[in-house]
Ligand binder design. Sequence first.
Ligand SMILES: Cc1cc2nc3c(=O)[nH]c(=O)nc-3n(C[C@H](O)[C@H](O)[C@H](O)COP(=O)(O)OP(=O)(O)OC[C@H]3O[C@@H](n4cnc5c(N)ncnc54)[C@H](O)[C@@H]3O)c2cc1C
Length: 597
Amino acid sequence: MESKAFDFIIVGGGLVGLVLAARLSEDPSAQVLVIEAGEDLTADPRVKIPALSSTLVGTSADWCLQTTPQKSLHGRQLAQSAGRTLGGSSAINSHTFTPTSRANVDAWAGLGNPGWDWSSFSKSLESSYTLKQSPWATKGSGPLQLSIAEENTKWPQLWRDAISKLGYPTSMDPFSGQFLGALGTPESIDPATHQKSFAGSAYLSAAEARENLTIWTQTLVDKVLFDKRGGEGKPVATGVQYTKDGKTGSVDARKEVILSAGAINSPKILELSGVGDAGLLKSLGIDVVVDNAHVGENLQNHPLVGMTFEVLQEEGFETIDNLIRQDPETVAATMESYTKNGSGPFSRSAIDITAQLPLSDTVAAGLDRVLQDTSYETADLGKATDAFAKAHRSFVHSIVSSQKEASAQYMTIAGFGVFAPDGNRAVIPPGSEGYFSVAILLASPLSRGSVHIRAASSSSPDLALDLNCLSNPLDLEILARHVQQVEKIMTTEPFASHLVPNDTRNPGSPPPGSLSNLENAKEYVRKSAVCAHHYTGTCSMMPREIGGVVDPQLRVYGCENLRVCDASIIPITPRASPQATVYGVAEHGAKIIKSVS
Ligand SMILES: Cc1cc2nc3c(=O)[nH]c(=O)nc-3n(C[C@H](O)[C@H](O)[C@H](O)COP(=O)(O)OP(=O)(O)OC[C@H]3O[C@@H](n4cnc5c(N)ncnc54)[C@H](O)[C@@H]3O)c2cc1C
């Protein structure tokens, strides 16, 4: 392998890594190298055909992670995914593109991150995507192509009617930062080609022919290399050590090393490089370069609960259950409709219409008392400093107590679509029944987990991945009430008359009616909640004294020429599925890096 020096070495060719590669290589004088552990699957139909992305989960394109036993989920361990291929998780994700809220981003700035407020950040976000056909005119001006799936059943209108009946809007602009209500969700699917639009296509296709951009795939970065005699005694990142085909090599960075390995692997690489909790590093025989106990902490993720309802099979209210059962005739017809017309279930994600909602008064009873309960304030602080824990709590309380902010995102599927207790997809019951499912995602969890190495080896899959899911009792209180809210939506008109009387639910679901009892709803959450693949926060951007790993310019505290730019820097998780926000982080990070180098 050619080994020379580059100006920028980007570790990880995932969502952020490829945005940075495209933006930094716009300057022809900058030599940019991207090192990606996974293969290039950009031409693979499983990446290109939208409905096939889930078939990459559990393959070599996935890091195939496993959590520690989750104590608030009755000790269950969850299978978790993160993309390991060019494009990273953006190549295997489920396409929903949902910008976060103004309040969320302003809370990052409020932690002491100047330049990261909504008005600055939303401009960077706009430069990542383009949505041409939408009810809100053209949105954005960036390479990522978005579309909103056609509505070819009556389910979306029924959903809008139900949300409207609750008193929430059904046509607000999701890019406004103040969205609420029902939403035909934008997806990262190119309306011209009906193929997935992701960092590997949208950003890389224009940049990969540039002579100043080099991409190495199937190359694992082991660690960052430091010269420990930098200015003011600070260690200086000089390059990285990597392994390719069983051989170890190194490559030099003239200007910077940028870690974009995602929120699980960026802290892992920092720890393997000697940046992390000194006690942990010494116990594994790693030389300490920077002692920072917050590396790998503040891991935030969205808990998710699925509910499935058996529905009457009526004209106009078709479901995709025959496709989910892989009925050969249905699969063939669906593929034909995709290849001939770019339409049908293969041209989109399984997620139909969504909603982002607060709790309505009927299910919010007793919440005031919960919010005032000070015993919740000290629940599972982990290694968070008092200052950060207080700011995080105050943000979550402000969301939960407002009728203008959403505390959950509901994603509907016109078919059987829930998770098994181990985090994998549940298998649809045999037969010919039809279903309608709602996945409920807690928008602003307070629970914080961690991820740390257990061995001093980059190839070891042995990570202590503790999502600490629902460890803060407030999360359980809110999520259980959203379960009650969805039960109410589904079992009253206009939905009720479309359900089979005494409908069959997904396995493990309590019988119809029993979720009106809050304790039953909480137990259902403990037994069935899983976690999304939405990791953030493990190299958080905030002042070092309150728990930061990087500063607002994304520089790693305590050393020089080393930045982190990916989902790990987000200190308070986005309120919905994160990729839109992560594209915004990538564009914002690129501007910062270009402005100083
Ligand atoms: C199955 C799945 C479904 C999802 N669905 C959605 C969705 O519908 N909507 C949404 O908004 N979000 C979704 N997400 C989340 C979203 O895709 C991620 O938040 C986003 O891609 C994170 O971007 P990133 O750049 O931080 O990390 P990634 O995109 O994961 O990129 C990190 C890259 O670094 C590489 N890497 C790691 N370690 C090394 C190393 N040592 N050496 C070299 N390379 C390395 C990885 O292989 C990977 O390519 C989903 C994620 C998954 C996994």
